[in-house]
Design a protein around this ligand. Structure first.
Ligand code: RM4
Ligand code: MN
Ligand code: MN
Length: 429
């Protein structure tokens, strides 16, 4: 099932195809002079995918306000349909990551079938113990997996086990655990005991992982706890993942670090210790801003991908990161942002594939700093658009996905079908 009329996309591609052929041929010649086979790059890019967070297709907001857009998804089936639009037009997002209980529905089999009908599968499951749900016996106001009260911890563990169960019904193979636990005042929390309680709780979740599953521990420097968080950085995350075992790994959300932290170096350390779970891509200027991937610092994203491509190139054992977007679209049409961000991530991967690894090794060995950094810049500054377009053309996606999306009238159709939920209040989704 295709939510956008495929004829529209094919017609759109027909008009742009001649110029793509000449751009692709020209880029192929340029890359050949650098010893790069464009077809090989194209194949690698075609095999690359990044997951869409289900919560990303709704309009985001801040704690001050949310300005809902027209035609917002009303439930997980609507969200899935919007994800299908993104994938049909861009062909870079074959999987969807669900957040429970936000995405709860009465029939998981029906949801799985709906996804399969769109050609989509399910990525990691995300648990939510950072907000209270109606009727919930214990409150997470003062924490969840690390709460001082055993009954609250038990409730948070049980919720994670439920997420695993739902994930099994959907064909997912990973659970991402991000907690809002921490403190707002110096002295409020006993740091060491809170971490001990985290280990005690996560051990119970770890023990329930089905075979073939991984557990992703996501760190975050602050928010909603503003003085300290229990899993504040990759160090705490690494300690916990090591204590739990090989199925537990560290997930890097790009926005969860202090400004200017060298994230690519963290990535390299995690790769070296077989503890890199994967990514939540987004961009930021000040904190967990959840801006669109690569919108502020595309070179920083490139430097992360440079580490990833190097690891794959060198055949590092245990290296299989999961890629996902995690953004809050406050002022754009979320579908447009997600199409654009997925393309940005795919583009950055393609650029990193163009780094001359042998020349970089030689420059590093010879301590030729300038030559080394110029090799990275050269790859980053290459316009790989024709490769991305060629990948889309061959997959039946749109050469200019956002233009095709706007021309399709999908948003206006949804505005008519899905009445406004209202909700000018704050909140992330
Ligand atoms: C958090 C974190 C989690 C995401 C929630 C919605 O800041 O990034 O990954 O599940 O936001
Ligand atoms: Mn995240
Ligand atoms: Mn976040």
């Amino acid at each position: 099932m295709r939510p956008i009329d495929q004829n529209l996309i094919d017609k759109h591609n027909e008009t742009l195809r001649p110029q793509l052929q000449s751009d692709y041929t020209h880029l192929g010649e340029q890359l050949a002079r650098r010893g790069i086979a464009i077809e090989r790059v194209r194949e690698q890019v075609a095999a690359f995918g990044v997951a869409i967070p289900s919560w990303g297709v709704g309009t985001g907001g801040t704690r001050f306000a949310r300005f809902p857009g027209p035609g917002e998804p009303r439930h997980v089936f609507d969200k899935l349909q919007d994800c299908a639009v993104i994938h049909q037009l861009g062909r870079a997002t074959p999987t969807v990551s669900l957040h429970i209980p936000w995405d709860k529905c009465s029939d998981w089999r029906e949801l799985r079938e709906a996804a399969a009908g769109y050609g989509l599968a399910f990525d990691a499951m995300n648990s939510n113990t950072f907000s209270d749900q109606p009727g919930q016996p214990q409150s997470y106001k003062f924490g969840s997996l690390t709460h001082t009260d055993a009954a609250t911890r038990a409730q948070a563990v049980a919720h994670n086990l439920e997420c695993i169960e739902i994930g099994q019904a959907l064909g997912s193979t990973a659970l991402t655990v991000w907690i809002g636990d921490g403190s707002n005042f110096p002295g409020q929390q006993h740091f060491r005991r809170a971490f001990e309680r985290y280990l005690e709780s996560t051990r119970q979740i770890y023990a329930a992982l089905p075979s073939g599953w991984r557990m992703f521990l996501e760190h975050k420097i602050c928010e909603p706890a503003f003085y300290s968080t229990v899993i504040q950085d990759w160090g705490s995350s690494y300690l916990a993942a090591s204590a739990l075992g090989p199925k537990a790994q560290c997930l890097v959300d790009l926005g969860h670090h202090a400004p200017n932290v060298n994230i690519e170096l963290i990535v390299a350390r995690l790769i070296a210790s077989a503890k890199l779970a994967g990514f939540h891509f987004n961009d930021s200027k000040y904190g967990d801003d959840d801006l669109d991937a690569g919108s502020v610092s595309p070179y920083r994203l490139f430097l992360v991908f440079n580490e990833l491509v190097a690891a794959a190139h060198e055949g590092v054992v245990g290296f299989h990161p999961a890629y996902m977007l995690d953004q809050s679209h406050n002022v754009t049409d979320p579908i447009e942002s997600l199409i654009d961000s997925a393309e940005q991530v795919q583009r950055t991967y393609a650029q990193a594939l163009l780094v001359d690894r042998a020349a970089l090794d030689a420059a590093q060995q010879a301590n030729d700093a300038l030559a080394a950094t110029r090799l990275l810049k050269r790859a980053f500054q290459t316009d790989v658009t024709p490769i991305l377009q060629q990948v889309r053309l061959q997959a039946g996606a749109a050469l200019e996905p956002i233009a095709a999306y706007r021309a399709s009238g999908y948003r206006a159709r949804m505005a008519a079908e899905r009445p406004l939920r209202g909700g000018g209040g704050g909140g992330i989704v």
